[in-house]
Each structure stands twice: as structure tokens, then as C-alpha cells.
Design a protein around this ligand. Structure first.
Ligand SMILES: NC(=O)c1ccc[n+]([C@@H]2O[C@H](COP(=O)([O-])OP(=O)(O)OC[C@H]3O[C@@H](n4cnc5c(N)ncnc54)[C@H](O)[C@@H]3O)[C@@H](O)[C@H]2O)c1
Length: 255
């Protein structure tokens, strides 16, 4: 099936982790037709590994180091990608994680700030920088990675993490509403637990299996589950969908 990705340029944040969602999303975008997939991460060596795999698929790629909580880094990142490829058609905001596990009744604003900066401000920053290019073309697809923690009891995640990801849901809808007239769609994929570096400890699959005991489908998510849902929103398959939050979590969120 032609997903309408041929000739398109994508940017994926958080694509360094070799067992993370970002890498899987970047590779699937390349396989499904994108002409170029730029990858970024705070860890450049890891991002370069993903870049090499994209090139092996026969697609163009660059790896750029950026701390997505830093406005200057984000501005330079977007400029580099636009200078290289002249356009960004697809932006996947994947980088994120739990920055503070301090409960809200014990934490200080500085603790809360860490989660909000990493998961919410980062996405606002990348979107702010990418929008001029997308508006110029009157086209673009933005996919934000949210979290099932916004609708489930904690699954070991922190309170402020869940709150920051709820902000991602609302930001997705605000952006979708405001940019629809400019041909830009924005949607959110909210994963259930998956064995990435997000999961602490050496045996990530064992930890996910334990968490999955309360999941109706009886298993955790895979990186492929999340990449498939992301490709749906990144591609023309979802050309009439914007402002949606899709829970990819085995039936654990009835939403
Ligand atoms: N794995 C899960 O169970 C799960 C569940 C729900 C949501 N999520 C979300 O999925 C997204 C991807 O995480 P993952 O599961 O692939 O985890 P991961 O830890 O494997 O990958 C996250 C990547 O983000 C990068 N990163 C972290 N902080 C950064 C920063 N300041 N600047 C740039 N890059 C940074 C890391 O270096 C890493 O490569 C995150 O937003 C996470 O909150 C994960």
C-alpha cells in the first residue's frame, strides 16, 4: 500500500536509544517511503548508529546532537535539517522519559519542572521551530508520543511524569485545532509499557511482563506496536485525522 510518504523528509527525536521507540519509528518511516529521515538525540553516538541503519535501507539521513529541553539546541537542530533537505514533512516527537520520581506532595517546583521541561516544553519547542516550514508548504504531520500513564494508575511512573504527558495530549489538540487551516495535522500515540530504556533495571522484558498482568491483552507493548501507530498518523492513511490521542496499550485504557 502506498502510504504517501514517498519523497518526504522526516525528523525523529529520541532516536538514539537502540531499543527505543524512536529508532523503530525512524526505520519504519525510511522503509515505508520517506526519502530522508533525520534523527536526533542528546546522545550523538547512539543517533549515528540509527542513521547508519537508515542509510543501509537506502535512504538519506543525518544525525544531530540536541538536548530538546534547550531552546538554542532545538533552533539549531531544525535549521540544520531544513538547510540539508529544505523541508520537514513529518515531525515525530519521541524523546522523553521520567525526569523526577518525587511525589507531588513532597516535591518542589524545581522537581516538577524537570518532567514538564523534558516531556512538554521540548515538544512545544520543536513544534514552534518546525511550524514555519510546514506552514510555508501548507502541509505537515506531527506525531507526539504521550503515555498511558495519563489514564492509568501509575505503573511505576511518577505523578509529574503523568501530568507532563497529559499536557502533551492537550498541546496536541491545541496545535491540531490552530494549524488545521494550514494543512498541518497533529496527533498523539500513547504507549503502554514496553521494554525500552524507559523501563528501569537489567531485565526490562520481565518488568514489562509483570506490569502486563493488569493489561487485558495480557502483554506489554512492543517497539513495533508503537511504530505502526506512529506511521498511521505520519502518513496519508490518517489524512482526515487530527487532534487524536491513540492509546496503544492492549485495552488497558477505555478512552
Ligand atoms: N517504554 C515505555 O514503557 C513507555 C511508555 C509510555 C510512554 N513512553 C514514552 O516513549 C518515549 C520514548 O521513550 P522510549 O520508551 O523509547 O525510551 P528510551 O529511554 O529507550 O528512549 C528515549 C530517548 O530519548 C533520549 N532523550 C532523553 N532526554 C533527552 C533530551 N533532553 N534531549 C534529547 N534526547 C533525549 C534518550 O537519550 C533516548 O535515546 C518517551 O517520550 C517516553 O516517555 C515510553
Amino acid at each position: 500500500m502506498d502510504l504517501g510518504l514517498k519523497g518526504k523528509v522526516a525528523l525523529v527525536t529520541g532516536a538514539g536509544s537502540q531499543i527505543g521507540f524512536g529508532k523503530q519509528i525512524a526505520l519504519l518511516l525510511a522503509k515505508e517511503g520517506c526519502d530522508a529521515v533525520a534523527v536526533t538525540d542528546i546522545n550523538l553516538d547512539d543517533a549515528k548508529l540509527t542513521m547508519e541503519e537508515i542509510k543501509k535501507i537506502g535512504k538519506k539521513s543525518i544525525a544531530v546532537k540536541a538536548d530538546i529541553t534547550n531552546p538554542a539546541d532545538v533552533a539549531i537542530l531544525i535549521k540544520k535539517v531544513v538547510d540539508e533537505y529544505k523541508r520537514i514533512d513529518v515531525l515525530c516527537n519521541v524523546a522523553g522519559g521520567i525526569a523526577s520520581r518525587v511525589p507531588y506532595d513532597q516535591g518542589k517546583p524545581e522537581d516538577w519542572d524537570k518532567d514538564i521541561r523534558l516531556n512538554l516544553y521540548s515538544i512545544m519547542l520543536t513544534c514552534q521551530s518546525v511550524l514555519p516550514n510546514m506552514r510555508e508548504k501548507k502541509a505537515g504531520a506531527i506525531v507526539n508520543i504521550g503515555s498511558g500513564s495519563t489514564r492509568m494508575y501509575s505503573h511505576g511512573t511518577g505523578n509529574t511524569y503523568a501530568i507532563s504527558k497529559a499536557g502533551v495530549d492537550t498541546f496536541t489538540k491545541q496545535l491540531a485545532f490552530n494549524e488545521a487551516k494550514n494543512g498541518i495535522r497533529c496527533n498523539c500515540v500513547a504507549p503502554g509499557p514496553a521494554p525500552t530504556n524507559f523501563i528501569p533495571g537489567p531485565d526490562k522484558q520481565a518488568m514489562v511482563n509483570m506490569l502486563a498482568k493488569t493489561i487485558p491483552m495480557g502483554r506489554g507493548a512492543t517497539q513495533t506496536d508503537i511504530a505502526n501507530a506512529t506511521i498511521f498518523f505520519a502518513s496519508d492513511l490518517s489524512s482526515y485525522v487530527t487532534g487524536a490521542v491513540l492509546h496503544v496499550s492492549g485495552g488497558s485504557v477505555l478512552d
